[in-house]
Design a protein. Structure first.
Length: 106
């Protein structure tokens, strides 16, 4: 089984082919192709390649399945004894990606 560790949006993701992942929002349309060239590690049944910091010549291709927003997170600020209360909600934008290919040119 072939898998890779990629970096996007300041986070690292362990991906395999035909896996669906939810990542930070990318500027891509639904059905569009995205390439991740920051591959930190590649592995399969035979060999493992660990990048310093990335594996040269490796990339991961995926298809954008959809865009969306996560569940609401409540941000509540409170100062005791000063009548200070602020309530705010936040919904993080995300992109769902279907991993199509894991490529290595070395």
């Amino acid at each position: 089984m072939k898998f890779a560790v990629i970096e996007t949006g300041g986070k690292q993701y362990l991906v395999t082919e035909n896996a669906r992942i939810t990542i930070e929002k990318l500027p891509a349309e639904k059905g569009g192709i995205v390439e991740f060239d920051k591959v930190l590690m590649l592995a399969d049944d035979k060999a493992t390649a660990i990048g310093t910091p990335t594996v040269s010549g490796a990339k991961v291709e995926g298809e954008v399945v959809g865009q969306g927003r996560g569940r609401k997170v409540i941000v509540f600020k409170y100062h005791a004894k000063t009548r200070y209360r602020k309530k705010k909600g936040h919904r993080q934008h995300f992109t769902k990606v279907l991993i199509k290919k894991i490529l290595n040119k070395s």
